[in-house]
Write a protein that binds this ligand. Structure first.
Ligand code: ZN
Ligand code: ZN
Length: 216
């Protein structure tokens, strides 16, 4: 595992929209995909992962909750069917996880959270955690969030929402979790960058497209 970077702006690029073929995303290398869940805004770019398996000649690992990987298999059926060679499909290795696991020497801790009635994952890597779609953190997940330098957390808009944290809730959760820095993600167009940033405490930031965080 080389440089450990994470994109925390658009959910699509944070999840799997950002293939090496996408020059705007600027991601030229990737070791694996950590899938939180299979909503369209998180898997829409899955096909772009083909550049990584094409370059490496290996299947590209996709880790995630078993249910989400099953949805991926349905939705991207052509990837897993034998077809003619010329099409340039991604070669994906779907790896269901529910417990902490290692990618190389990097320990990855799945963080089960509620996204409405859907159970999805955030992930913790060292002192960094990423929870992009969440409306409730179950009690058993809080202890896994102790001692963070950086937390990336869902904050959709000011008004409450059924399946996402809104700003006030996200601020309360960020304070409870107590990471040194928290970045809000999955933010919608109703949160203008400058005005919203001015309302936030000094260790809470709005993420933006193209933001790169080097993992502590
Ligand atoms: Zn979602
Ligand atoms: Zn989402």
């Amino acid at each position: 595992m080389g440089r450990r970077t994470v994109r925390a702006g658009r959910p699509r690029s944070a999840a799997c929209g950002a293939g090496g073929a996408d020059a705007r995303a600027g991601i030229r290398e990737a070791d694996a995909l950590l899938l939180t869940h299979a909503h369209a805004d998180h898997v829409g770019g899955l096909d772009d992962l083909r550049i990584f398996s094409e370059r490496s000649g290996q299947d590209f690992p996709v880790y995630g909750p078993a249910a989400a990987l099953a949805r991926v298999r349905e939705r991207f059926g052509y990837v897993f069917r034998r077809t003619q060679a010329g099409g340039g499909k991604p070669r994906l290795s779907l790896r269901p996880v529910s417990q902490p696991f290692y990618m190389g020497r990097l320990r990855v801790v799945p963080l089960p959270v509620w996204h409405g009635r859907l159970r999805v994952f955030g992930y913790r890597l060292g002192r960094f955690a990423y929870i992009t779609d969440v409306s409730k953190i179950p009690p058993a997940t809080y202890p896994k969030l102790r001692g963070l330098d950086v937390l990336v957390l869902d904050a959709l808009r000011h008004e409450p929402h059924e399946t996402h944290f809104h700003v006030a809730r996200a601020l309360a959760e960020a304070a409870r979790i107590g990471a040194q820095r928290t970045y809000f993600t999955h933010i919608c167009h109703r949160l203008p960058q400058r005005e919203t940033q001015a309302l936030l405490p000094k260790n809470v930031f709005l993420a933006y497209d193209g933001l790169v965080l080097n993992l502590p």
